[in-house]
Design a protein around this ligand. Structure first.
Ligand code: HEM
Ligand code: HEM
Length: 238
């Protein structure tokens, strides 16, 4: 007999990935304008790329609803879902809905674009790359805002607290639709890797990946470990 109850949908690595990505994005954004926080800005950015690398692999080999094949749909399904939302009867999906999947793909791709353009900037890239870096970060911020608004709207329309489900992993559904195991040991490994990386970055006088280029963001140059860089990462504010 099929019953509706709370079932496990999001495994622990997917949840840890989500909230760490959100934390790092917010942190990288608020630290982006100050020289004093450049080390933290870079550390959070590189953490994001590590998280996305994990997610790309997990999207291929992970649990049922974490797999890209389970939620990436064609334009017809996306349009139908959008129409159902406008009509006030949003379709219910156990995993990600087709419209949410579009924003997820965009956020993963934009993370890579933001970090790549940031990395080129810090390695002496042209001024245009710094502009592209800021542009990509701004575009991602806009998608994050839409993402959060859509999550809240879907929660209201479906009568289910979706942010809470991203915390607990549980959603309403048929018992037979749930995943069997949360993979929590893998989530512990991810958290340990991230904390280990942050610890190493905090110990290093010049953070790993801080580059040594002469880009115009550096105003006056500054090689890796130079006095200028030590000042940048050591505490001289804007
Ligand atoms: C601040 C930056 C944020 C980023 C970059 C972000 C990114 C993402 C990504 C990549 C996913 C897909 C998860 C996966 O399958 O791996 C996702 C899903 C989700 N996010 Fe966020 N998120 C952010 C903030 C938030 C916030 C503040 C909330 C809560 C209000 C939230 C709620 C959710 C929910 C509920 C899902 C699952 C959606 C569904 O049911 O299909 N996110 N988010
Ligand atoms: C490891 C990856 C990253 C690197 C190497 C990097 C590097 C940089 C550099 C060198 C600058 C110029 C700082 C200056 O003007 O002195 C910058 C600015 C900026 N970064 Fe990043 N960044 C990274 C990740 C991110 C991420 C993930 C975001 C989005 C959350 C972001 C958003 C911004 C923004 C908005 C600015 C412009 C700040 C302003 O108004 O001057 N960056 N970044």
């Amino acid at each position: 007999m099929r019953q509706n109850s709370k079932i496990l949908v999001w495994d622990a690595p997917t949840r840890v990935f989500h909230w760490m990505l959100a934390f790092c994005f917010a942190g990288a954004y608020v630290t982006s304008e100050s020289d004093r926080w450049l080390g933290v800005h870079l550390t959070l950015g590189y953490t994001m790329v590590g998280l996305v690398a994990f997610r790309l692999v997990w999207g291929l080999v992970g649990t049922r609803y974490a797999r890209f094949s389970s939620f990436i749909r064609g334009p017809a399904a996306v349009t139908r879902y959008a129409a159902s939302m406008i009509g006030g009867l949003s379709e219910k999906h156990v995993g990600h809905n087709p419209l949410g999947a579009v924003s997820i793909v965009l956020m993963l791709a934009l993370t890579l674009a933001v970090v790549y353009t940031g990395w080129v900037t810090i390695n002496g890239g042209a001024h245009l790359l710094k502009e592209l870096h800021e542009g990509a970060a701004g575009l991602m911020l806009a998608i994050v805002v839409v993402h959060v608004a859509a999550v809240l709207l879907s929660s209201l329309m479906q009568g289910e607290n979706l942010p809470r489900s991203m915390l607990s992993g549980m959603k309403e559904g048929r018992n037979s639709d749930g995943i069997r195991w949360s993979w929590w040991p893998l989530a512990v490994v991810i958290v340990a890797c991230v904390l280990g990386f942050w610890f190493l970055q905090a110990q290093s006088p010049t953070p790993i990946g801080a580059g040594g280029g002469e880009g115009d963001w550096q105003q006056g140059g500054g090689k890796h470990n130079s006095k200028h860089n030590r000042q940048r990462f050591g505490g001289d504010d804007d």
